[in-house]
Write a protein that binds this ligand. Structure first.
Ligand SMILES: Cc1ncc(COP(=O)(O)O)c(C=O)c1O
Length: 401
């Protein structure tokens, strides 16, 4: 019998930095140890009542496919939503997708050919790497640093990464894992680079609502002159704490690009019908919901930043958006540390799960002493998690002496 062999393409898809430690966590949980999972952006915030009302109001007796571009009421609700932000779009500028990550995949497939290059700011959302592998594009990264709050470097640092194979720049703001909110000037800089060099600017804006301390997220489509290059990737996962709805949209005024996105969307038929109906009703979510959620995240962020900064040798700038913190733990190999937390360490039968930093960088060696924490649990849980982490860092360091 001839043996079968799997593709190199599949094998080349890197394991998500956020999920790769799950098998260790599962084993440890079997022993009765409680694990506080700070490795993944799954918030405990309740999905708005408007979502559940939308589900209850659904009266169709066949759960049919939706149109590939999205149900009309959902697409219209997205138009209303963007108009509120001064982003003038029409229904033909929007295609509904199954979550932001499908949007990134479709955007890369529509904007690039295999072997093309995409410029990214590192550290970046680690699943981007997997999507790039699926689309067979190469990431070329410019580095942003904690010292500079992960803001953009000078124009030349970005421009020097451009080659004849570069097709797009991909950014996220408010950023995961950095929490950095790019200023309007920074978005203008990116747009001007994109326009000057004929590149798409793929702007992942799934954390738009989560900007703190008076900061405001600027959308690529709020920058004049981005009609051809500008692409918004959006999602309801974080906005309405509805990660399981698997819904979002790709938005662009570039007709040729959107036609390709729609072709891709047509191949996978449609996003979930019931989720679309329920999310369409979320347009009625009162502003007070977002105010309350933002307050909640700021409280959690402050606990994490204070807790981490109090640990000797830990550097942790206070992020201005999203719900992640990148922290440097000087002298600690965080790949090893993150695994050890799950296999060996416990304080009062509890431990924490974190994402090691290296998976958020393209440049080998970077991020090895960094961790990412998602502050997705209520204040008392985050406080306890910081206590555990402080204990753990101390113990780990003494073991390594
Ligand atoms: C920056 C960023 N983009 C996209 C996604 C994907 O989200 P979803 O596919 O749930 O919309 C995430 C999820 O954490 C993210 O952090």
């Amino acid at each position: 019998m001839q043996s079968v062999s799997v593709s190199t393409r599949g094998k080349n898809v890197p394991k998500s930095a956020i999920r790769k430690l799950i098998p260790f966590a599962k084993e440890r949980e079997k022993t009765g140890v409680k694990i506080i999972k700070l490795n993944i952006g799954q918030p405990d915030i309740e999905t708005p009542e408007e979502f559940w009302q939308g589900v209850r109001d659904f009266k169709e007796r066949v759960l049919a496919y939706a149109p590939s571009e999205g149900r009309a009421e959902l697409v219209k609700s997205f138009v209303t939503y963007y108009n509120k932000y001064g982003i003038t779009v029409t229904t033909s500028d929007i295609v509904v997708i199954m979550g932001g990550i499908e949007g990134i995949l479709f955007a890369l497939l529509a904007a690039t050919d295999p072997g093309d290059e995409v410029i990214v700011a590192e550290p970046y959302y680690s699943n981007y790497l997997g999507v790039a592998a699926m689309a067979q594009v190469n990431f070329v990264a410019f580095t942003t640093t904690a010292e500079n709050g992960y803001h953009l470097p000078a124009r030349e640092e970005i421009v020097k990464k451009i080659t004849p194979r570069t097709k797009a720049v991909l950014i996220s703001s408010p950023g995961n894992p950095t929490g950095c909110v790019y200023t309007r000037k920074e978005m203008e800089l990116l747009a001007s680079i994109a326009n000057e060099h004929g590149l798409f600017l793929i702007s992942d804006e799934v954390y738009r609502e989560f900007a703190y301390d008076g900061e405001e997220a600027t959308s690529v489509m709020q920058i004049p002159g981005t009609e051809q290059c500008g692409i918004i990737i959006d999602s309801v996962s974080k906005r309405y704490s509805a990660c399981g709805a698997r819904l979002g949209c790709v938005v662009s005024k570039n007709k040729e690009f959107m036609a390709s996105v729609l072709s891709l969307a047509t191949v996978r038929l449609s996003a979930g019908t019931l989720d679309q109906v329920a999310i369409a009703n979320c347009i009625n979510t009162p502003d007070a919901y977002f105010e309350k959620v933002r307050k909640e995240y700021v409280e959690r962020r402050d606990i994490v930043v204070k807790g981490l900064s109090a640990i000797p040798g830990v550097v942790c700038p206070s992020p201005k958006g999203a719900f992640y913190v990148m922290a440097k733990i000087k002298g600690v190999d965080t790949e090893e540390f993150a695994k050890w937390l799950l296999t060996d360490f416990a304080d009062n039968n509890e431990t924490v799960m974190i994402a090691p930093g290296a998976g958020f960088y393209a440049t080998p060696g970077l991020g090895r002493d960094e961790i990412r924490i998602a502050y997705v649990f209520k204040a008392p849980v985050m406080k306890r998690a910081m206590e555990i982490l402080a204990q753990a860092i101390q113990t780990f360091r003494s073991l390594k002496k």
